[in-house]
Design a protein around this ligand. Structure first.
Ligand code: MG
Length: 365
């Protein structure tokens, strides 16, 4: 099998503005690709650039996608390790756009095997319930939103924090008092705190039954994490500190995290995500599946990977619920409230809507 050409789309999804500690997004800066082969099969991939965290924009992704597509033209997509190494040899980093190409390879491989991707990866389905994210705002506004989410059936809230530590404590207090004791609350500081802020915030929130806190400090304070873990009554999940399985090993060996958040936009896709999950599993460290602002296309790939990864115990799979104003996906993941499921069709079982694609800038390489 040979790759004949690749379609690349500027896959912008209009959004209600979404704010975290590092900035505000007005549309999801996504890229969609189709990698065509001479065997009548094509693979799809989608990624979501999140510049404030990973450092790639939609435009850098689109530029790199054209380079990657040219490199792959005429090569065998089933030789997955060689294809991915080709991208790594061409450029370091750029993990977000690499993830779209990685997912397209897995889609082709699973379609070629006639299996849903999770079966191709050796997995089985299980119940997956996502959390729902509350962006940073005034404490009373956040508490109101928490109540609205709970009224709509949510049982797990993820609360974005990382501004002023005292106000962050008030935000969590307000939400816990509003929703009562039965709703799970996890928090994400997105690197917003200093060490002293983190100690104060985490100790101040200890009484509010928080499941874990993602990424309390900037990654350049990773050397302070072992001390923070000793002082924190709340478990710590590494997010921005872990892109690949080498990062995972370093965090685990240095006792710098209790859990790890896996995202394809950091790992460069499924291939490396499997290595992170295996590294964490062998150390007894549970993982979360997370994401940026992907549509249901990339979300479908994530769900397949989750089914094949029993050590993933937390699900932050609400990316397309966070104010996306259009759904550009056909097939793929279905939501029953906050529970996810997918129909058994070969590959990732999701594709882009042709009507949506007609509006997108396109390159054929
Ligand atoms: Mg996070």
């Amino acid at each position: 099998m040979r790759i004949s050409y690749t379609d690349i789309y500027r896959f912008s999804i209009p959004m209600v503005p979404f704010t975290i500690a590092t900035g505000t997004m007005n549309y999801a800066q996504n890229v969609f690709i189709r990698v065509y082969t001479d065997a009548g099969i094509y693979g799809v991939g989608e990624c979501s650039a999140f510049p404030m965290i990973v450092g790639e924009t939609q435009d850098t992704c689109l530029l790199m996608a054209r380079e990657f597509a040219a490199l792959w033209k005429g090569t065998n997509p089933l030789d997955m390790e060689a294809r991915l190494q080709q991208l790594h040899s061409f450029t370091a980093g750029n993990t977000t756009i690499k993830s779209a190409f990685d997912v397209a390879l897995y889609d082709i491989a699973a379609k070629n095997a006639g299996q849903p991707l999770y079966q191709y990866l050796g997995g089985t389905k299980r119940v997956v319930e996502t959390d729902i994210t509350i962006g940073i705002g005034e404490p009373d506004v956040m508490a109101k939103q928490a109540l609205d989410f709970v009224a709509s059936g949510a049982t797990i809230l993820k609360v974005k924090l990382g501004k002023d530590a005292q106000t962050d404590i008030a935000r969590v207090k307000g939400i816990r008092e509003a929703v009562g004791p039965d709703v799970k609350i996890r928090i994400d500081a997105n690197q917003g705190w200093s060490f002293d802020d983190a100690v104060m915030a985490l100790q101040g929130m200890g009484q509010y039954d928080i499941e874990f806190c993602e990424q309390p400090m900037r990654t350049w304070f990773d050397d302070s994490l072992p001390e923070l873990l000793q002082l924190s009554p709340i478990k710590i999940m590494a997010d921005e500190s872990v892109y690949n399985h080498h990062d995972a090993r370093k965090q685990i060996k240095s006792h710098s995290c209790d859990y790890i958040n896996i995202k394809f936009s950091k790992s460069g896709g499924i291939n490396e995500a499997i290595k992170i999950q295996d590294t964490a599993a062998s150390a007894g460290i549970a993982c979360m599946m997370g994401g940026m602002l992907e549509s249901r296309i990339a979300l479908s790939a994530k769900l397949h990977f989750v089914y094949a990864s029993p050590n993933i115990r937390f699900y932050d799979l609400d990316t397309c619920m966070l104010g996306h104003l259009e759904d550009p996906c056909v097939g793929g993941v279905k939501f029953d409230g906050y529970f996810l499921d997918i129909v058994d069709t070969p590959g990732i079982g999701a594709d882009a809507d042709e009507v949506f694609l007609e509006k997108c800038e396109k390159w054929v390489i």
